[in-house]
Design a protein around this ligand. Structure first.
Ligand SMILES: NC(=O)c1ccc[n+]([C@@H]2O[C@H](COP(=O)([O-])OP(=O)(O)OC[C@H]3O[C@@H](n4cnc5c(N)ncnc54)[C@H](OP(=O)(O)O)[C@@H]3O)[C@@H](O)[C@H]2O)c1
Length: 260
C-alpha cells in the first residue's frame, strides 16, 4: 500500500481532497491528513522527525500562509510557511524517492499580460504572498526531481473563509454590495482541483514540473459575485467598482488568467 501525506489538513483544499478520498475508497493508497497541530511544516525538526518514522510515497502540500493582505506585514511568517517549509518537505521527499505535489498560485505573475499565463512564462510577483509562493516553487523543483508544482487561482469551496463563503455571508446580510470589476481571473472549485490531484496520484503520472489548473471561465470578482448570487437565489444588488475604490494592503495582479 502506498502512503500519501497531505499537509495543512484544515484548509479548504485538503478538506476537499479528504472528501474525494472518502468517496473513492481504495486499498492501494493510505492517505494521512495532518493539520498544523499534527505537523507544523515550517518546523524543520518536526518535518524531519515525521519522515524519519514514516515512509511516504506522495506528499500533497496543501499547507500555506494564504492571508494575502496580512502577508505584507508578516513577510517572515509567510516565507516560513510558503518557502522554508517547502524546502524541508522537498528535501525529505527527495531522500525517500517520494513525489511532491506542491500547490502554488496565479499570484506569482504580475498580471500585466492579456494572454493566459503558461507554465513556462516568467513569474514576477507583485506582493509578499506571491514572492513567498514563488520561492517555495523554486525549492520544490530544485530539491526534488519528482515534483509537481500545481498553480491554481481564485480557489473557492464551502469550507473556511474564501470569496464564495464571504459572498454568501454578505449577501445574506446586505441589500447592496460593491465588488471589484477590473481584476480578472479564473475561479477554481477546490473540489475539482482535489479530484485532479487525486487522479494524478492514482494514475502514477510522472509528468513532473509546473502545471496550471484553474476553473473553465475567466471573469472579474464582480461577475463571480453575480454568479454566486444567481446560483444561490440572492437578489442583492451588486455594483461594479474599480480596484482604486477598494484599496488593500497587498497589490493584486489585474489579470491573472492561467492557461495550460
Ligand atoms: N485560496 C486561494 O484562492 C488560492 C489561490 C491560489 C493558490 N492557492 C494555494 O492553494 C493551496 C491551498 O490553499 P487553501 O485555499 O486550501 O488555503 P487555506 O484554506 O488557507 O488552508 C491552508 C492551510 O494551511 C495550514 N497551514 C498554514 N501554515 C502551516 C504550517 N506551518 N504547517 C501546517 N499547516 C499550515 C493552515 O492552518 P491553520 O488552519 O491552522 O491556519 C490552513 O489550514 C495553498 O498552497 C495556496 O497558496 C490558494
Amino acid at each position: 500500500m502506498k502512503k500519501v501525506l497531505v499537509t495543512g489538513a484544515n484548509g479548504q483544499l485538503a478538506k476537499c481532497l479528504q472528501d474525494v478520498v472518502t468517496e473513492n475508497p481504495t486499498s492501494n493508497y493510505q492517505f494521512l491528513f495532518l493539520d498544523r497541530s499534527q505537523l507544523d511544516v515550517s518546523r524543520k525538526e518536526l518535518v524531519e522527525t515525521f519522515f524519519f518514522s514514516n515512509q511516504i510515497d506522495f506528499c500533497v502540500n496543501c499547507a500555506a500562509y494564504t492571508a494575502v493582505d496580512l502577508a505584507e506585514n508578516e513577510a517572515e511568517l509567510a516565507f516560513k510557511a510558503n518557502a522554508d517549509a517547502v524546502k524541508y518537505l522537498a528535501e525529505e521527499c527527495a531522500e525517500q524517492g517520494a513525489t511532491l505535489f506542491h500547490i502554488s498560485t496565479d499570484y506569482v505573475f504580475d498580471g500585466k499580460s492579456r494572454e493566459p499565463y503558461l507554465p513556462e512564462d516568467k513569474p514576477n510577483p507583485i506582493n509578499v504572498y506571491g514572492k513567498s509562493k514563488l520561492e517555495g516553487e523554486r525549492w520544490a523543483l530544485e530539491l526534488n526531481p519528482r515534483t509537481f508544482v500545481i498553480r491554481t487561482s481564485w480557489v473557492y469551496s464551502p469550507y473556511g473563509k474564501n470569496f464564495y463563503t464571504t459572498m454568501l455571508r454578505l449577501m445574506a446580510e446586505k441589500d447592496e454590495l460593491n465588488i471589484v470589476a477590473d481584476q480578472i481571473g479564473k475561479p477554481t472549485d477546490a473540489r475539482d482541483l482535489a479530484q485532479y490531484l487525486y487522479d494524478l496520484i492514482v494514475s502514477e503520472n510522472h509528468n513532473y514540473g509546473i502545471h496550471h489548473f484553474s476553473g473553465p471561465d475567466q471573469m472579474s470578482w464582480f461577475e463571480f459575485a453575480q454568479k454566486i448570487a444567481k446560483e444561490n437565489g440572492f437578489t442583492t444588488q451588486i455594483n461594479p467598482i474599480p480596484t482604486s475604490e477598494y484599496p488593500t494592503p497587498a497589490r493584486r495582479p489585474m489579470w491573472s488568467v492561467l492557461g495550460d
